[in-house]
Design a protein around this ligand. Structure first.
Ligand SMILES: O=C(CO)[C@H](O)[C@H](O)COP(=O)(O)O
Length: 279
């Protein structure tokens, strides 16, 4: 084996072990035995979240019901012999106690880019139904501004018939070469989401935060302004920016996590916690 392929393997193993470490710590810190309703997100990191939950054993998990964010997490819940229920069965007045999910990038204010796995719409429904949304990731996702680490663009779920007009709008807003996500290698043509929609990936210049100093340059958006504008484009079903309030600032409907756990390359887990609203 060449030294470059063995170092690629070493890096992949490091990433996997860091995801697993973050998942086990997040579950230890945020899955209280008294909880009964748990959201389970999508992606490769969530596999370790479900492993950590299942490792608690039936004496803890038998009183819990698990709500998926799509076909992948539904299968994970079932394979772990955990009780499955769908979010449309949760009474509107009720909340999930906690939801765990991954992210593609996390900025200094805990805004997220999500949707690399094309599950962003159901992920946002489940995250905002939770009193405590907890993000689990590895060191590659840590960032100070969204768009610096995740270069593929903001995933946007769109009605297929509206996709050309949405692409035009995005270009006019400064997106750099937005593209309809391909289903290749598994499927020719556009990728179709669990909701029968398409995904457009729209790269923007790294997104500013309110605390950023200096004037915004031409084409630079703040996270909140861009989220507000994107969701209003006709034909856009949901966007992969999770922004606005966190669960310490509002009692329900928060898109931002209360905490983000990052498995680091040195084996430690770094935790970024949300700040409560200034009174
Ligand atoms: O948003 C997501 C899927 O829509 C995932 O949470 C995100 O893509 C991170 O995935 P992974 O844990 O595989 O890196």
């Amino acid at each position: 084996m060449s030294s470059s392929s063995s170092s690629t393997k070493d890096q992949a193993a490091l990433v996997e072990s860091s995801k697993r470490a973050a998942a086990f710590q997040a579950v230890a810190d945020h899955l209280l035995p008294s909880y009964t309703r748990i959201g389970v997100g999508s992606g490769s990191t969530v596999v370790y979240v479900v492993e950590a939950i299942a490792a608690l054993g039936p004496s803890v998990t038998d009183s819990m019901t698990f709500y998926p964010t799509g076909a992948q997490s539904e299968a994970l819940i079932e394979a772990a012999n955990l009780r499955l229920q769908y979010i449309n069965k949760l009474a509107p007045a009720d909340q999930l106690d906690v939801a765990f999910d991954g992210a593609d990038e996390v900025d200094a204010d805990l805004n997220l880019i999500k949707g690399g796995g094309a599950c962003l719409w159901q992920e946002k429904v489940v995250a905002t139904a939770a009193r405590n949304f907890v993000c689990v990731a590895d060191f590659r996702k840590l960032s100070d501004r969204l768009g610096k680490a995740w270069k593929k663009g903001i995933p946007i779920e769109v009605l297929p018939i509206a996709a050309p007009r949405v692409l035009g709008e995005l270009r006019a807003m400064g997106a750099r070469d937005p593209q309809i996500r391909s289903g290749l290698p598994g499927k020719a043509g556009a990728l179709v989401t669990d909701n029968g929609m398409w995904i457009i990936d729209a790269p923007f210049a790294p997104l500013r935060l309110p605390s950023d100093e200096g004037e915004a340059a031409e084409g630079e958006w703040t996270v909140d302004a861009l989220a507000d504008r994107l969701i209003k484009i006709p034909g856009v079903a949901e966007i992969g920016l999770f922004s606005g309030k966190n669960g310490l600032e509002v009692a329900s409907g928060a898109q931002k996590p209360v905490a983000a756990y990052f498995g680091m390359a040195d084996g430690t887990v770094e935790v970024r916690k949300a700040a409560a609203a200034a009174s």
